[in-house]
Design a protein around this ligand. Structure first.
Ligand code: TXA
Ligand code: MG
Length: 319
C-alpha cells in the first residue's frame, strides 16, 4: 500500500532510511531521494523506468546550500536565483566532485533548484541532505500535479506520497544553463522567457529535440497520454472529420459543441494562461482515463506561459 499523507516526520523517516518519497512542489510532484544514497537514486530510476543517461534535478532548502553542491555561481545565475528562488527555476551549474555521477549521469554539471512549496521546504529543512527528484511519473507519461496521479502511477511500489494539494504552477521548472559563459534556456517552463530576459537580457532558447544530448529529458515524445493526441488551430473544424469517433477536447477559453465530443476540458474561462497551465496536466489525466479514440487540443497563444503549454502539448502528440 502506498501511504498518502501530509505527515512530514514520516517522510523524513523514509528518506533517512534511503527510501523514496513523492513530494509536492509548486510545479509537479517529484520522486525524491537522498542524493548521496545509491539505493534511493537507483530506486528512483527503477520506479520511473528512466534511462540512466537522463540526469536528475537536485532540490535544496535554500540558495545558501548552493556552495555545497556547485563549484561556482556565475553572476547571472546569482541574479536569477535571487529573483526566482524559491521557485520554478532550475540552474545547471558546474558540480562539486561529491555529487554522485548517478545523479548527474556522469556530467560535470548538476541541475539545482529550490522548490516553492511550504511542505517540501519544511521537509528539506529537516533533512541534512538535498533531494534528487524527477517528476513523479513513469518515463514518457503525463507529469503528476495531484497526489492521486502519483498514487495511481506507483500504487504498491512506492512507500509514501507526501500530500501537498494540487500543484499551483502545474508545469515543470524552466531550465537554464551556461555555455561559454552565456545563458541558455533548455526547457520552457513555469517562468517565462520574457521574465528571464527582463532580468538578464536576451537568452538563447534551445528547447528543441536537438537539445537532447544536453537535456535528454527533452526527448520529443514526453508528457504523453496513452490516447492519440492532436494539436490543431481550429478544434471544431478538425473534429468534424471524425463523426464516428469518441473525441475528447482540450480548450483554452471557450467550449465547443459537437455530437462526437464525449469529454471536454476548458482550462481558463477567463483566458488566463497561468490558470490554464496549472490545470493542463490534470485535464490530460482526466481525458486519458475516458476511453476516447482521440484527444484534440487547441493551440494556445504563443506568448508568456502559452509557449510552455504549446511545448507540452506538442510533446503529447505522437510523432
Ligand atoms: O519542475 C521540475 O523541475 C520538476 C520538480 C519535481 O522539481 N522536476 C522535473 O524533473 O521536471 P525531470 O527529471 O522530469 O526533468 C529534469 C530535466 C531533464 O530534462 C534532464 O535531462 C534535465 O533536467 N537535466 C538534469 N540535469 C541536467 C544536467 N546536468 N544537464 C542538462 N540537463 C539536465
Ligand atoms: Mg519529467
Amino acid at each position: 500500500m502506498t501511504l498518502v499523507s501530509g505527515d512530514i516526520t514520516r517522510a523524513v523517516q523514509f528518506l533517512e532510511q534511503e527510501d523514496v518519497v513523492a513530494i509536492p512542489t509548486e510545479t509537479v510532484y517529484g520522486l525524491a531521494g537522498n542524493i548521496f544514497s545509491e539505493k534511493a537514486i537507483k530506486k528512483i530510476f527503477a520506479l520511473k523506468q528512466r534511462p540512466f543517461f537522463n540526469p536528475l534535478i537536485v532540490h535544496l532548502s535554500g540558495a545558501e546550500q548552493l556552495p555545497k553542491v556547485v563549484e561556482a555561481v556565475p553572476d547571472r545565475a546569482k541574479l536569477l536565483a535571487e529573483k526566482f528562488w524559491p521557485g520554478p527555476l532550475t540552474l545547471i551549474l558546474k558540480k562539486r566532485p561529491e555529487i554522485p555521477d548517478l545523479v548527474t549521469s556522469g556530467k560535470d554539471t548538476v541541475a539545482v533548484r529550490v522548490p516553492n512549496h511550504p511542505v517540501s521546504l519544511e521537509l528539506l529543512e529537516k533533512l541534512d541532505f538535498p533531494l534528487a527528484a524527477p517528476s513523479a511519473n513513469p518515463f514518457g507519461s503525463i507529469s503528476p500535479t495531484e497526489s492521486s496521479h502519483v498514487a495511481s502511477y506507483f500504487e504498491g511500489k512506492l512507500s509514501m506520497v507526501l500530500e501537498g494539494g494540487p500543484c499551483e504552477r502545474g508545469i515543470e521548472s524552466t531550465i537554464i544553463g551556461f555555455e561559454d559563459g552565456n545563458p541558455v534556456l533548455y526547457r520552457l517552463g513555469s517562468i517565462t522567457v520574457e521574465d528571464i530576459s527582463n532580468l538578464i537580457g536576451e537568452i538563447q532558447v534551445k528547447n528543441k529535440k536537438e537539445a537532447a544530448p544536453d537535456a535528454p529529458g527533452m526527448l520529443s515524445r514526453h508528457y504523453a497520454p496513452q490516447t492519440t493526441t492532436y494539436v490543431v488551430d481550429d478544434v471544431a473544424k478538425f473534429i468534424m472529420a471524425f463523426p464516428e469517433k469518441r473525441v475528447g477536447v482540450l480548450l483554452f477559453q471557450n467550449a465547443v459543441e459537437a455530437s462526437n465530443i464525449k469529454a471536454q476540458q476548458v482550462l481558463s474561462r477567463q483566458g488566463n494562461l497561468e490558470e490554464a497551465a496549472s490545470k493542463l496536466y490534470a485535464a490530460l489525466h482526466k481525458l486519458d482515463k475516458q476511453e476516447l479514440d482521440m484527444i484534440v487540443a487547441e493551440q494556445f497563444p504563443d506568448q508568456g506561459m502559452g509557449k510552455a503549454i504549446n511545448d507540452r502539448l506538442q510533446r503529447a502528440t505522437k510523432k
